[in-house]
Design a binder for this molecule. Structure first.
Ligand code: NAP
Ligand code: MG
Length: 501
């Protein structure tokens, strides 16, 4: 977004003595994580039937580090022939070795994967930050630990499925086609692969084009773990490769996480087939802040809700609804806090906001920032410095917006928060529900009764109270309305991978 399109900031420190001029008063010594130990290959092949195989047409695509715009490696482009090969391998493994294993042995393999992930956590964290742009603090402290936690959690269920579904006989579905996005690359892989394997299925997974590195490193780990060939197959490629998976006749279930637009295309393709499916799609989470809340804690929660992972979070709290009488105070505090956020090198442990994942997403977010100005919003951006190259966007706040604005209705998927006010709880609920999405929301109040009353009124799959973005493998996650169909995580996540007789 060009500087001229941003209104002159009206930022003033909350108190006259405030020292929040971070740009000139604070200095940080860089604390970069060293990528020296991470061995990135020049080229990655497809992982099919336990082996790394060249793509049938010999085509590859480049992967870029969004913080430097440098190419870091290239991945194979899987064609229909390659996807077919992967499905055949998965079918053979499903009908052979994997199904004949005892559930306990199956669980042991999944435990082994979880432990090996922990052993290699640092490499995975660095790779995730280099390929996708997220701050190392997040990949190191959130993404990779949660990945291991998912494998541990579902490993535990592998030999206890009869207890998960009392009175029923759970049977695996067969071959599962899984397609994931770029915002939490390895975590989305874990959400897909861990429950599928625990239930005795085999998988063909496609990572997102811009973030396939950790998926290929995971394929190496699977090989090292000695998992029977064909149980996990990973095929890289673009949307077309995803579509070959969706439309393959010998796949029993499609698990997709991504945009609502692509989710709708997939749902249409699956109509009339007997494939099961789960769709985890976009969101536009509302954060409802009441006057009786602990305001400073709420401000922290809001900062985390929207600026975590550059706002590339399906459940991001991207709309703040604040009770009218505290709005001015909250906006000032938010602006103060924005000034302290450090935007820059994802590998630096000081960094709060890393790089936007790709050039394409960088352009999308910038076009929304311009749209906000066109729609008449007041735009506030922190004054922090940002690197000269790479895809970086300062944390942004839109005030003076209305419910019908596109920046309030559509998923920006970047570091931009809109702020609206409300007077009564009913008004807050109505505004919160008034988008096509229904994935996540947050409520801040001192009153437990208000949390339940508002929570009940929100058409939203996940609701956090006095906190935000808390994840655990035991709790189900998923959306209402255009945010998707089905749940992942917890027992619900198991149910999505079994037939119950
Ligand atoms: P996307 O464009 O829909 O892509 C998701 C995946 O689908 C990618 O692997 C993509 O491949 C592939 N794909 C694209 N077109 C396809 C087609 N026609 N058929 C089959 N596969 C196709 O979404 P994204 O931009 O990567 O991810 C951001 C979106 O994901 C946001 O809307 C976000 O809210 C949502 N999300 C939802 C959840 C949730 O749990 N609800 C979690 C995380 C993210 P390419 O990479 O090659 O394009
Ligand atoms: Mg990349």
């Amino acid at each position: 977004m060009s500087e001229s399109t941003i209104k002159e900031t009206t930022y003033k420190p909350t108190s006259p003595n405030s020292k929040l001029d971070f740009a000139s008063l604070w200095e940080y010594a860089p604390a970069p994580e060293s990528p020296a130990k991470l061995k990135i290959k020049n080229q990655y092949q497809l992982f099919i039937d336990g082996k790394f195989q060249k793509p049938s047409k010999g085509r590859y695509f480049k992967s870029v580090n969004p913080a430097t715009e440098e190419e870091i490696t290239e991945f194979a482009e899987a064609t229909q022939k390659d996807v077919d090969k992967a499905v055949k391998a998965a079918r053979q493994a499903f009908e052979g070795e994997w199904s004949s294993l005892s559930p306990k042995s199956r669980g042991k393999y999944i435990y082994r994967i979880a432990r090996m992930l922990q052993e290699r956590a640092r490499e995975f964290a660095i790779a995730e930050s280099m390929d996708g742009g997220k701050p190392i603090r997040e990949s190191r402290d959130v993404d990779i630990p949660l990945v291991a936690a998912h494998f541990f959690y579902y490993a535990g269920w592998a030999d206890k499925l009869d207890f998960a579904f009392p009175g029923k006989k759970p049977e695996p579905l067969g071959v599962c086609g899984q397609i994931i996005p770029w915002n939490f690359p390895l975590l989305m892989l874990a959400w897909k692969i861990a429950p599928a394997l625990a239930c005795g299925n085999t998988v063909v997974l496609k990572p997102a084009e811009t973030t396939s590195l950790t998926a290929m490193m995971f394929a190496e780990l699977v090989q090292d773990a000695g998992l029977p060939a064909g149980v996990v197959n990973i095929v890289t490629g673009a949307g077309q490769t995803g579509s070959e998976i969706v439309n393959h006749k010998d796949i029993d279930k499609i698990a997709f996480t991504g945009s609502t637009g692509v989710g709708k295309i997939i749902q249409k393709s699956l109509a009339g087939t007997d494939k099961k499916y789960t769709l985890e799609l976009g969101g536009k989470g509302a954060l409802i802040l009441f006057e009786d809340a602990a305001i400073d804690q709420a401000v922290e929660g809001i900062i985390n809700a929207i600026y975590f992972n550059q706002g590339h979070v399906c459940c991001a709290g991207s709309r703040l609804l604040v009770q009218e009488n505290i709005a001015d105070k909250v906006i000032l505090k938010l602006k103060d806090r924005l000034e302290t956020l450090i935007v820059g090198d994802p590998l630096d442990k000081n960094t709060d906001i890393g790089a936007i994942n790709s050039k394409q997403q960088f352009e999308t977010v910038n076009s929304y920032l311009e749209l906000g100005v066109e729609e008449g919003a007041d735009v506030y951006q922190s004054k922090c410095s940002i690197p000269d190259s790479g895809y970086f966007i300062r944390p942004t706040l839109f005030t003076n917006v209305s419910q019908s604005n596109r920046i309030v209705q559509e998923e920006i998927f970047g570091p931009a928060l809109t702020v609206q006010t409300f007077r009564t709880a009913d008004e807050a609920i109505e505004k919160a529900n008034n988008t096509p999405f229904g994935l996540a929301g947050g409520v801040w109040t001192d009153k437990g009764s208000k949390i339940f009353r508002v929570g009940k009124g929100l058409r939203s799959g996940v609701i956090w109270a006095n906190t935000y973005n808390k994840f655990d493998p035991t709790s189900p996650f998923g959306g209402y309305k255009e945010s998707g169909v089905g749940r992942e995580g917890g027992l619900h996540g198991l149910a999505a991978y079994v037939n119950l007789k």
